[in-house]
Design a protein around this ligand. Sequence first.
Ligand code: UDP
Ligand code: MG
Length: 139
Amino acid sequence: MAGKITFTMLKPDSVENGYTGAILEKINAAGFRIVAMEMTQLSKKQAETFYEVHAERPFYGELVEYMTSGPIVAAVLEKDNAVEDFRTLIGATNPAEAAEGTIRKLYAESISANAIHGSDSDDNAQIEASFFFSTKNRF
Ligand code: UDP
Ligand code: MG
């Protein structure tokens, strides 16, 4: 399975703004298969753990607060070259720098409320997918 999956979250701004359907449509149209999916709200502890790698960054507290502010949609996605292709589909972290047609260009509000998460490596895709979904709940 290595190289074939990535993990995503539609962030609170996407759900709040009613973009869930449009974003999932774009993900499917780009050739990703949904392996697992759940709508949920992160606890402070979960958000802190998920973004632990950024714990020393100045935006960490704000990021944790934002990511717990409303429901998110978490999903595991499958495709050849999933991690890299999904990062291309979502675009740059800062929507002001995101390429035309990318999910962040189309739907993000700001560098913080930037619509969507995508894993940055195969190893992190496995770790992040396992953070949310047991193998029993992947199809
Ligand atoms: N973030 C932020 N301010 C910054 C950089 C990042 O609020 O200056 C937030 C943003 O929501 C981003 C997340 O922290 O998606 C994780 O940052 P990372 O650099 O990993 O960006 P990503 O991999 O999501 O593009
Ligand atoms: Mg990242």
